[in-house]
Write a protein that binds this ligand. Sequence first.
Ligand code: FAD
Ligand code: FMN
Length: 763
Amino acid sequence: MKVAVLGGGPAGLYFAISMKLRDAAHDITVFERNRPDDTFGWGVVLSDETLDNLAENDPVSAERIREHFAYWDDIAVVHKGVRTLSTGHGFCGIGRMRLLILLQERARELGIRLEFETEIDDPRPFMAEYDMVLASDGLNSRTRTTFADVFKPDIDVRKCKFVWLGTHQKFDDAFTFIFEKTEHGWVWAHAYQFDDDTATFIVECGPETWEKFGFGEMSQQESIAVCERIFKDHLGGHKLMTNANHIRGSAWINFPRVLCERWSHENIALMGDAAASAHFSIGSGTKLALESAIALAEYLHTEPTLKEAFDKYEDARRLEVLRLQSAARNSLEWFEEVERYLDLDPVQFNYSLLTRSQRISHENLRLRDPEWLADAESWFQQQAGAEDNAARPPMFAPYRLRGLTLKNRVVVSPMAQYKAVDGSPTDWHMVHYCERAKGGAGLVYIEMTCVSPEGRITPGCPGFYKPEHETAWTRIVDFVHRETDAKICAQIGHSGPKGSTQLGWEEMDAPLKDGNWPVLAASEVSWSEQNQTPKAMDRNDMDMVRDQFVAAAQMAERCGFDMLELHCAHGYLLSSFISPLTNRREDAYGGSLENRMRYPLEIFHAVRAVWPDDKPISVRISANDWVGDEGVTPEEAVEIARMLQEAGVDICDVSAGQTSKRARPVYGRMFQTPFSDRIRNETGMATMAVGNIYEPDHVNSILMAGRADLVCLARPHLADPYWTLHAAATLRDKGVTWPDPYLPGRDQLYRLAERAEQMTGKV
Ligand SMILES: Cc1cc2nc3c(=O)[nH]c(=O)nc-3n(C[C@H](O)[C@H](O)[C@H](O)COP(=O)(O)OP(=O)(O)OC[C@H]3O[C@@H](n4cnc5c(N)ncnc54)[C@H](O)[C@@H]3O)c2cc1C
Ligand SMILES: Cc1cc2nc3c(=O)[nH]c(=O)nc-3n(C[C@H](O)[C@H](O)[C@H](O)COP(=O)(O)O)c2cc1C
């Protein structure tokens, strides 16, 4: 096959090598615009795993690469003058120039033609002349632009500015992140050694800081002088160097995240940065390029046609690329928002940085550096006010809100049971809630309990409006207090426009087949076309419902609940005031956020006035309507939280969505946690995270990284009332309390867990 490779970076060269190794008869030419040793950039990071893949593909070049590797195991974070070191991370680096020269040598040996100083303006003549063309022409790929209508690139230019520099200062003991506060804002560096006497030193900052420094107007040497001043304490008198002299003006760039819908067209395929880029902070650009090169070369030899090989290449590589891009996105977003975290304690800041891509979990850190993690865990217990500061997973740290102390950070999230009769909880509720209280969670929520019959979601929803409700709830609360050390919280709410609907397992949110009751809302906006149009509340309605909330709170207090939550989320009555999608009012309760929050806050103040001082109140919000700027955005949610905080709400329960049929949520593990993180770290308000959090590892990493104070799990508690006790057994934490009659079960569970670990060789 006659093959043209456009661009002689890692992707192009390694593809040429991989092709030639599979069939020496291929006639391959690599066209590169630069000279052989003209490369920019400094060190490239690869993992041991990538090296193993390379060795399998071509032991010769892998061995030469390995000979030139700098290895390091530690990550150092310098923040607020404190240098924190953790180990077990295992990276290796090689100079980009060294890597390219090794690959060029290997390509020549195998009989590949390398044409340097050849600028390719248009790939089409090559497509006509060659059997196959590889477009590996980098981040600003001209081929991708030529066929933009086929490849459909999506390029997201990110906001931070960065510059690739090098230095002879040694960073040979650790991959080092340095955060410096300057007169114009925070500037940080990512530094790592890649050969005996050179390290990469990437300097990065937010756009405002960059503007204030005036870096855009400076020459490269002027920029470097400023960076040397900022990082002088870490450079030991060494200079910073650029090798981007071919770039005119400032060498600062914004990272463009490249995605392409397709990677091939006729006889040409895209590869490496041209097809998909991954932010440098997870060091995977070169890895992606090299592994894609192996995959395509392989499929071109196993598949019968070019088209089938290209299809297989796209299928097989896309998933891996998306996975890495997702980790890279988490990581780059963390750096974009780093100013939010810079006030955290150095221990928590370090943890947050290490877990930023969400590829490294709490237990993963324990494997990497048990000592460091133990110290961090014991710091967490200490700042939580634990009686003894011994290291324990953060989920088992106590938490205090007003006069309420929770034994741990796990919360059974409110979940409607649809099993009430005339608003009265039944034996179902007794068994259901008491089981969960026995199951180890620090706090058990009851489902949304309604302030009036019309405020119910369904005929199966419970209430706080009849004397028999009080009797039934009191029985449940008494059991929880008598037999367990869990606390119990009442969530009170009014269904508003989503009321008078069917049970959860019937047609959810659809009107009743018969016996509908009239519904209220902020405005005459129905939940869906089939739901009834609610009445827009007038002042009388507002006073009546406010008084119902107050009466419900008083009943919850008489029942003995430890905490109260106002349900202001998910499209119910109070949520219908907050979201601009459902609030069309033109009076003092509609329009600006201040107006939309007015009624929910009136209710809060009225309820707070009758709720005992030493008991906390939380408010659940939908922090994202998932409809873009037309609805509540995570940014607006921060303002909502600020208003709640000012009003005296103790903790914000950060949920999202269910406010509009038009919502397009982006699901995933812990997908709502970023909203809690943002609120907590931008306002300082305590938060609870919820939403697809299901593993102990998720809970521990959320807490330890300071992304929430409490973690709610809903569906996991439907599947397992003893979720917390089981999590403790898995983590071999023995500090949890089991009910006395169940102790033999506990002992057996721990024995079995230990035995299973021994069998798998973990101990
Ligand atoms: C300025 C810069 C510095 C970098 N430094 C580092 C670093 O220090 N460490 C690290 O891990 N990663 C670094 N990266 C990222 C990393 O280089 C890429 O992720 C990885 O090299 C992808 O390989 P590639 O072959 O797809 O692209 P590239 O390595 O970009 O290779 C593309 C090649 O195509 C050539 N080319 C482009 N257009 C044409 C044309 N029209 N005609 C002919 N030739 C053309 C280019 O000269 C280049 O040699 C850097 C990226 C940039 C932009
Ligand atoms: C069956 C069921 C009923 C729910 N009822 C309520 C409720 O009454 N009040 C509320 O605020 N959230 C309710 N939710 C939402 C949960 O509290 C939680 O926010 C959501 O399920 C996401 O958490 P998860 O991924 O852990 O399930 C309910 C969820 C489920 C699955």
